[in-house]
Design a protein around this ligand. Structure first.
Ligand code: AMP
Length: 294
């Protein structure tokens, strides 16, 4: 796609609301793609999906401090704003919402959205504050941008389930669109955090997808779930991952463990995993149903 005009960059809430108000007055539908920047082709796929659904696309770029624990990588998270703006010239993006420091969490900020349901377990067992941080910042972004549609990646599958539940539970007048994970040719799910990996470690990282597909095959073949999960964990460690937070077969909507001996529930299930490679944490997920359709 040829270069499009650079999107306008908005840093103040008044300016955002004025722009959104002008679009609404024209009867235009608005799409929002929340990101933390360091944009890659996964983000671009979300923006393309938003542009196909709506008339005006807002990409938010905000590295949200409340979803990082004190020992996590908030300080070192990649920040590539100029390159992000350049990348956005290859797609339809009308505005970048990059709130100035202090706007999202002013002194005295004291309100948190605490999600339950699909937020429980998996990531929350290892990052207990994470989904409250995500739910709070997304609620703020939704209220600020007032989109008709907000687009999220299946890459963060549990997050997508949490956001769908939040929008339903709070009656937010918008729809959530999920977009399949964009991968490198090696199968490695694209992620801003892949920037932390050397070429040699990237080759190990690509094994995560391989092991998830093997686990999906085991589940489809009728292997007992707990044994299949244990086998996948052992294979991840054998193939060079430093440790495994979880590798789990779950209901695709509730993310609850599957009822015992329910063969039918298996084919709809989702496999989710979080692993460490040295100091880099990687997450990925796939459906149990065969990705190749056979
Ligand atoms: P992030 O900037 O990492 O917070 O991600 C912003 C959005 O991009 C989230 O909805 C992610 O799920 C989505 N995303 C990140 N990586 C990918 C990918 N490889 N494929 C599809 N969506 C992605």
């Amino acid at each position: 796609m040829p270069d499009t005009p650079a999107p306008i960059v908005i840093r103040e809430l008044d300016a955002l609301r004025a722009e959104v108000g002008r679009w609404r007055a024209n009867g235009e539908r608005i799409g929002l793609v929340p990101t933390m920047g360091a944009l890659h082709p996964g983000h671009i796929a979300l923006i393309t999906a938003a542009a196909a659904e709506t008339d005006r696309v807002i990409v938010s770029i905000f590295v949200n401090p409340t979803q990082f624990a004190p020992n996590e990588d908030f300080e070192t998270y990649p920040r590539t704003f100029d390159a992000d703006i350049a990348a956005l010239r290859t797609v339809k993006c009308d505005a970048v919402w990059a709130p100035r420091p202090g706007l999202m969490y002013p002194d005295g900020f004291a309100t948190t959205v605490q999600p339950g349901g699909p937020a429980e377990g998996l990531e929350s067992d290892f990052r207990p504050e994470f989904f409250a941080g995500v739910a709070t910042v997304c609620t703020k972004l939704f209220i600020q941008c007032a989109p008709d549609t907000a687009v999220f990646g299946e890459k963060d599958y549990q997050q997508l389930a949490v956001i769908r539940t939040l929008v339903r539970d709070l009656n937010l007048p918008m729809t959530i669109l999920g977009v399949p994970t964009v991968r490198e040719t090696s199968g490695l799910a694209m992620s801003s955090r892949n920037a932390y990996l050397s070429d040699e470690r990237r080759a190990v990282a690509a094994e995560l997808y391989v092991v998830l597909k093997e686990l999906a095959g085991d589940v489809r073949a009728g292997k007992a779930i707990a044994a299949a999960e244990r086998g996948a964990k052992a294979r991840l460690l054998e193939r060079g991952f430093s440790s495994v937070d979880y590798v789990a077969v779950r209901h695709h909507l509730t993310l609850a463990p599957l009822p015992a001996n329910e063969q039918a529930a298996r084919l709809n299930a989702r496999i989710l995993a979080a692993v460490w490679l040295d100091n880099t944490r990687l997450i990925d997920n796939i459906p149990v149903a065969n990705l190749d359709g056979h």
